[in-house]
Design a protein around this ligand. Structure first.
Ligand SMILES: Cc1cc2nc3c(=O)[nH]c(=O)nc-3n(C[C@H](O)[C@H](O)[C@H](O)COP(=O)(O)O)c2cc1C
Length: 203
């Protein structure tokens, strides 16, 4: 597949088939994705790939935060109850995805400092790490699509970050995204893209 075809064809998948992709396939996807650029090549991410009983526990923790998500959705999408219903359904079981990928960065939120210059430095480091992790996440979603697998980049589950970390035994890390991955069981239409986002100056 051409890169442009992959870019346009990737969709957020929210329903998956039961069959679990092989560990070899997921490893291949991740090895390619790890070629993402990163802040001074720090590669500041940690990637956890979860299946089996631990997956069920993570899903359960995410399901428990539906009420927070509903409050946010009610505020933003009050005119579109269908979106609210679909999104909440997805939080119920992550579309039965057989595998969940979680991407973490070091936790800068624990740093306590007083000087403005120190605060700025920490903020910039955190932004660099989040942007690096985001490049990795996008790579995962794109390579997975190229290999016939579906993904959904999710930040909503961060509401349950502490609970998820307890299940996985993770400390001193910030959860950037949760990515259910598996064989797609749907072909969602492409949500339209906005046409007023490019600003040309001096052309
Ligand atoms: C940073 C980020 C966070 C997202 N969080 C969620 C989420 O919590 N739940 C969800 O269902 N989709 C989530 N999405 C997926 C978006 O809803 C989706 O990318 C968007 O609607 C465009 O659809 P497409 O990915 O099929 O092109 C997220 C996407 C991004 C980039």
């Amino acid at each position: 597949m051409q890169l442009t075809t992959v870019l346009k064809g990737r969709r957020s998948i929210r329903r998956f088939k039961e069959k679990q992709p092989s560990q070899k396939m997921i490893q291949k996807i991740l090895e390619h994705a790890l070629w993402a650029p990163s802040n001074v090549n720090q590669q500041p991410w940690d990637v956890y790939v979860v299946t089996g009983g631990k997956r069920l526990q993570v899903v359960e923790r995410i399901k428990n935060i539906k009420r927070h998500i509903k409050t946010e959705l009610d505020k933003e999408f009050y005119s579109n109850p269908k979106i609210i219903r679909l999104t909440l359904n997805f939080f119920e079981n992550l579309g039965n995805a057989p595998v969940i990928i979680l991407v973490y960065i070091p936790d800068f939120r624990q740093n306590v400092c007083c000087l403005d210059s120190e605060k700025k430095l920490i903020e910039l480091s955190r932004i660099g790490c989040i942007q690096s992790a985001s490049a990795l996440i996008q790579n995962i979603c794109l390579v997975a699509h190229q290999e016939g697998l579906g993904t959904c980049w999710m930040t909503g589950p961060a509401w349950a970050e502490q609970e998820i970390n307890n299940v996985l035994g993770i400390e001193d890390r910030e959860l950037v995204a949760v990515i259910p991955i598996g064989i797609p069981d749907q072909q969602p239409p492409a949500p339209p893209r906005k046409s007023d986002k490019l600003h040309w100056i001096g052309f």
